[in-house]
Write a protein that binds this ligand. Structure first.
Ligand code: SAH
Length: 221
C-alpha cells in the first residue's frame, strides 16, 4: 500500500520535472514543434540512465552511460529530432543507440525505427529498457553505423549521435528522396550540427549550431 503510494508520488514528481525541463530548457531555446515537446515531456528519461544518476536525469547537460559514452543533453535531442520534421509513419535510421533515449523519442514520433550501435553491451541494455517501456517495434543492429543498415533503406530520416569527420557515403545513399539527415560533423572539439536534405541527386546542407558529441568510432572513413 505504502509502496504503491510512494511509487505514484515519485511518478508524479518525475512528470513534473519533465514538464519543467520542457519549459525551462527547450521552449526558451526555440524548440517549437508541439509533437517533439510532447514526446520530450512524456518519455521517462530517468529510466535510461544508471540508478545513481536518476535524480539528475533531467538536468541541462549530457550524462555518462557505459563504455565511456554519453546520453545527449535533452535540448540537443529535441533540436535534432525537430530538424527531422517527423509527422508520423516515417522510417527512421538512428546511428548510436547509446542509452536508447533518443530512440524512444523517435519511436513516439515516427513509424518504424532502425537503430545501430557499435557496443553490444549498450545495444543489449537499450533493447531491454525500450522493451520494458513498451516500445516493441524498434529494430536493433550491433555494428558500425558508418555502414548504415542497407537492407531496410531508403530511410525518410537519418540521425547520428556520434560525430564523424564527414558523413559516411552509405548514409547519404540510404536516405530517401526528400529525406532529412541530422548529424554532428567534424573532429573532436570543433563539431558542427548539420542538416542535409536530399533532393534528387542534390544534397542541400544547412549549418545549425556548434556542438560537442562523442566521436564515431572504428569507422573506415
Ligand atoms: N542517442 C544516444 C546517444 C549515445 S552517444 C542516447 O540518447 O543515449 C553516441 C553513441 O554512438 C554511443 O553509444 C556510441 O557507442 C555510439 N557509436 C560510436 N561510434 C559508433 C559507430 N561507428 N557505429 C555505431 N555507433 C557508434
Amino acid at each position: 500500500m505504502f509502496k504503491d503510494l510512494l511509487n505514484s508520488k515519485f511518478a508524479e514528481y518525475q512528470a513534473f520535472i519533465r514538464r519543467k525541463m520542457v519549459e525551462d530548457q527547450l521552449i526558451p531555446r526555440g524548440v517549437k514543434n508541439g509533437r517533439v515537446l510532447e514526446a520530450m515531456g512524456k518519455v521517462r528519461r530517468h529510466i535510461f540512465v544508471d540508478d545513481y544518476l536518476r535524480t539528475r536525469a533531467y538536468e541541462d547537460h549530457p550524462l555518462p552511460i557505459a563504455e565511456n559514452q554519453t546520453i545527449s543533453q535533452p535540448y540537443i535531442v529535441a533540436l535534432m529530432t525537430e530538424l527531422l520534421g517527423l509527422r508520423g509513419g516515417e522510417k527512421v535510421l538512428e546511428i548510436g543507440t547509446g542509452s536508447g533515449y533518443q530512440t524512444a523519442i523517435l519511436a513516439e514520433l515516427a513509424g518504424q525505427i532502425y537503430t545501430v550501435e557499435l557496443f553490444p553491451a549498450l545495444a543489449e541494455k537499450a533493447k531491454a529498457v525500450l522493451a520494458a517501456e513498451g516500445y516493441s517495434k524498434i529494430k536493433f543492429r550491433t555494428g558500425d553505423g558508418a555502414d548504415g543498415w542497407p537492407e531496410h533503406a531508403p530511410y525518410d530520416a537519418i540521425i547520428a549521435a556520434c560525430a564523424a569527420p564527414r558523413i559516411p557515403r552509405a548514409l547519404f545513399d540510404q536516405l530517401a528522396d526528400k529525406g532529412r539527415l541530422a548529424a554532428p560533423v567534424g573532429e573532436e572539439g570543433a563539431q558542427r550540427l548539420m542538416l542535409y536534405t536530399k533532393n534528387g541527386a542534390e544534397i542541400k546542407e544547412t549549418f545549425i549550431t556548434e556542438v560537442r558529441f562523442v566521436p564515431m568510432l572504428h569507422t573506415k572513413i
